[in-house]
Ligand binder design. Structure first.
Ligand code: SF4
Length: 180
């Protein structure tokens, strides 16, 4: 039992290391640091409740101060845009500028982890299982969240905020996600 868990853990570690090495290589080619590319990549998959400096620092496991510095660099070089929240003025929503989008499009073409679609259900199940076992929550796909309601076909509502979610919204990851 512990042997097979160890082997799975080693495989995850190797895949993670491989992904980070490829990302680092790409970042160097773009004149950026690894963390800059990680932030840009994250912004392509997060939803509107998860596009703040706080959420990015939680997702990447880095301090808010260090992520703020990287965000400042990306903003100064026109890779991202920041817009103040209409209700909570302390929050700024971060999104990709056209320059940032161009980088992430090049990234998608450059890094091919091969056959990921075929393994997606297994990887999602593993992620949920690891999160549950370790008492972690958040940053999973909206459609699988226990708060996600779909009263009519393709008319989704977030049960936590009571806001409408589009079919595209529910494919994104959310820091408030909780599994069933
Ligand atoms: S349904 Fe869950 S994952 Fe989706 S936006 Fe609401 S809290 Fe986030």
């Amino acid at each position: 039992m512990s042997k097979s868990l160890g082997e799975v853990g080693q495989l995850i570690e190797r895949l993670t290391a491989l992904n980070r090495n490829l990302l680092r290589q790409f970042a160097t080619e773009e004149g950026l640091q690894l963390v800059h590319v990680e932030i840009l990549q994250y912004l392509t998959i997060c939803n509107r409740y998860s596009d703040s400096t706080q959420a990015i620092s939680e997702y990447l496991g880095q301090t808010k101060g260090s992520i703020s510095q990287s965000i400042g660099h990306l903003e100064n070089h026109d890779f991202i845009k920041k817009v103040q929240d209409k209700i909570d003025k302390r929050i700024f929503h971060i999104s990709l500028s056209s320059r940032g989008e161009a980088v992430t499009e090049r990234l998608l073409k450059k890094i091919d982890m091969g056959g990921s679609g075929e393994f997606e259900p297994v990887l999602k199940t593993m992620l949920t299982s690891i999160q549950k076992k370790n008492g972690l929550k958040g940053f999973n796909t909206c459609v699988s969240c226990k708060f996600n309601q779909n009263p009519k076909k393709n008319t989704f509502v977030c049960g936590l905020t009571n806001e409408r979610l589009s079919p595209d919204d529910v494919k994104k990851i959310c820091r408030e996600h909780e599994s069933h």
